[in-house]
Ligand binder design. Structure first.
Ligand code: OGA
Ligand code: MN
Length: 318
């Protein structure tokens, strides 16, 4: 266990229990409704250090979840649900991830199938910097969520691959969500060149830790700008093989009351499928990104600006 001093007020220590490779950590015995400023700065430091934090045993209303989330920055309004419904009545910040059907319509998104590896909303010019997922109902088995460490992915790359990727731009597709559902207002398409999305550098510098990350977003319809399709596919397959190695992943087997907070700039996540007759209800918030993902030396990229203009036009509302 790693203890963090939380200053002179409030509780004197925060119990931070790191997982393997210090990627992912659980913060024990903390009621997120009652944290003070010192607790929050310890949480923030632990979050930057471990990238994913788990808090168990929480009892939060949507207002409590929003109040905790807002400590990290301004919140996005939730994306449109697969059903076309905009958000939870009275709480535009809450996105529902659920397979539960009510009055013939799903109350949330992603169903009960697998959700493929992804970074939340990296198909936008300014993706959210963090997401928070809170478990209200969980199935007896399955539906576990896995996270991978994109700092580690970059570090694992052989030098030659690092050099090859550091100047490249990647298109992050915005046609499908991680469950394979077509996003609202978009037509299904699998043309890697013309499908909609945002371009980001393949290797980015994290805005706060200043560490390098491999920024892959999602695999489907991904395309490396300027390469032939076969070259782009083969380089992406190679890069993905470093990113999603089981031995460096962290996962959560959900219990009711679990809250998981992740840094969306340096992680990807995926979800196991579960029995569709079981119920799973999660509420999610997302914290606005303060910057577009930055190229590793921080220099702006002209090609990217031109392309961003185009994608901004089609990215509104998503
Ligand atoms: C998400 C997500 C996976 C899950 O909320 O962004 O990908 O485990 N959820 O529900
Ligand atoms: Mn997600």
């Amino acid at each position: 266990m790693l203890s963090e001093s939380s200053g002179t007020t409030g509780r004197s220590r925060l119990a931070v229990v790191p997982a393997r490779h210090a990627f992912g950590a659980e913060i024990e015995d903390l009621d997120l409704r009652t944290i003070d400023d010192d607790d929050f700065s310890s949480i923030y430091r632990a979050w930057l250090h471990h990238s994913v934090l788990l808090f168990r045993g929480q009892i939060l209303t949507d207002d409590d979840l929003i109040a905790f989330s807002e400590k990290f920055g301004e919140l996005d309004w939730a994306p449109v649900q697969e059903s076309g419904r905009r958000f939870v009545e009275g709480h535009p910040e809450i996105y529902v991830v659920s397979n539960v059907i009510k009055n013939g319509e799903p109350i949330g998104s992603l169903g009960a199938g697998e959700a493929a590896w992804h970074t939340d909303m990296s198909y936008l010019p300014d993706p959210p910097k963090a997401s928070i997922l809170y478990a209200l109902e969980v199935p007896p088995a399955g539906g576990n969520t896995y996270f991978c460490n994109m700092y580690r992915a970059y570090e694992l790359l052989p030098e030659e691959l690092k050099r090859r990727t550091e100047r490249l731009m990647l298109k992050h597709d915005g046609t499908y969500n991680s469950g394979g559902y077509v996003r609202q207002g978009v037509t299904a398409a699998d043309n890697l060149i013309t499908s909609r999305g945002a371009f980001h550098p393949l290797v980015c510098t994290h805005a706060e830790t200043k560490r390098r990350v491999l920024y892959l977003g999602r695999r489907r319809n991904a395309y490396i700008d300027g390469l032939s399709l076969p070259d782009s596919e083969s380089l992406l397959d190679q890069l993905w093989s470093y990113a999603t190695r089981e031995e460096f992943a962290w996962h959560n087997e959900w219990r009711v009351g679990d809250l998981v907070l992740w840094d969306n700039r340096c992680t990807m996540h995926r979800r196991d499928p579960f029995d569709e007759t079981a119920r799973r209800i999660m509420h999610r918030t997302q914290i606005k990104g303060e910057n577009a993902p930055q190229r590793m030396n921080g220099a702006p990229d002209r090609r990217r600006k031109d392309k961003l203009k185009k994608v901004c036009l089609i990215a509104v509302q998503h």
